[in-house]
Design a protein around this ligand. Structure first.
Ligand code: KMH
Ligand code: ZN
Length: 307
């Protein structure tokens, strides 16, 4: 069977703020619509955060997350990956509570602590729409995106208990060794699925050499595990092409990059999905359907979620 490529769309995230682009989905309805459009463009997985529908501020409010994932499930069979990263500054409890509550098939699991700095965005906001935006952005200059070993063990164990596959978010090479540690301890009991996240200020820079280094190190420490890659900002599409050449899966979306091409805002994550799909199909790859992605990742099935 030709290698099937799993495309993931991270439709809103908790980094970009509404004043940066009018196309950032913030209400449940907008997030649901963007997820369904991304699936229709070729995404087999959507990575979901919740936001305050009035102000766009990232929130861990369970009711909103439930409305969003239920709405997506009612309109599409796409795989939903719920964030446990939440937003910088959220507590472990806030970030983790969606797993026991909603029991998703897939959830992000951040494989180590990292400075996750996006304060530079504040300098470019000429007329912020909301009071929370500039302080939220500037605070990242003095915050660590904390994922201690103790919290990592709690995230992984909780996901094991609810049949949720951890999608390990890897921001730097040392985090691959963290995952190897938890596998050697027997904490990791499910197949390992990596999401390399390059280009975060504080994490590994988004270069071809660094992606090759990450893939090589993962193979050395973890063996032949499934992996995907996303690059923040302008490297998103070039590194997507390199990822495909390396046999990896690809994540795009407005969580990671608000542009379609230099100077042109993406109107939806679906537009970025379509760009990567074109490259993949030109390379004679086939795009995985949600059902094929479930099989490739050994997911428990949409009938086993709790929403
Ligand atoms: N929002 C960032 C702090 C995740 O979804 O697990 C990290 C993030 C990771 O979005
Ligand atoms: Zn995220």
């Amino acid at each position: 069977m030709a290698k099937k490529i799993i495309l993931t769309a991270a439709v809103t995230g908790a980094v970009h703020v509404p004043s940066m682009t009018p196309y950032l989905p913030i209400t449940p309805e907008q997030i649901i619509n963007e997820a369904v459009k991304a699936k229709e463009a070729g995404a087999a997985v959507v990575h979901i955060h919740a936001r305050n529908p009035e102000t766009g501020q990232p929130t861990s409010e369970l009711g909103l997350m439930k409305d969003i994932v239920k709405g997506i499930k009612e309109r599409s069979d796409v795989v939903v990956c719920i964030t446990t990263g939440g937003a910088i500054g959220m507590s472990i409890e806030e970030r983790l509570k969606a797993i026991p509550a909603l029991k998703p098939e897939l959830a992000s699991c951040n494989a180590g602590s990292v400075n996750f700095v996006f304060s530079t965005i504040a300098d470019k906001l000429t007329e912020p729409k909301f009071d929370w935006e500039v302080p939220f952005l500037k605070n990242t200059y003095d915050l660590v995106f904390a994922n201690t070993y103790k919290s990592l063990e709690e995230y992984i164990t909780t996901m094991n208990e609810h049949g949720t596959l951890p999608e390990f978010e890897v921001y730097d090479v040392g985090m691959i060794n963290n995952i190897a540690f938890f596998r050697s301890k027997g904490v990791i009991k499910q197949p390992i699925y990596l999401q390399f996240v390059l280009g975060v200020l504080g994490g590994i820079p988004a270069t071809v050499e660094n992606l090759v280094y990450l893939v090589k190190t993962a193979r050395e420490l973890l063996g032949d595990v499934s992996w995907s890659c996303t690059a923040a900002g302008r490297q998103q599409l070039p590194l997507a092409a390199v990822t495909l050449a390396l046999g990896g899966n690809v994540r795009v979306g407005l969580e990671d990059n608000i542009y379609l091409k230099p100077g042109v805002l993406a109107k939806s994550s679906a537009e970025q999905v379509a760009q990567v799909r074109t490259i993949a199909e030109t390379l004679h790859y086939e795009i995985a359907t949600p059902a094929e992605a479930r099989a490739l990742l050994s997911l428990k099935g949409i009938q086993n979620v709790d929403y």
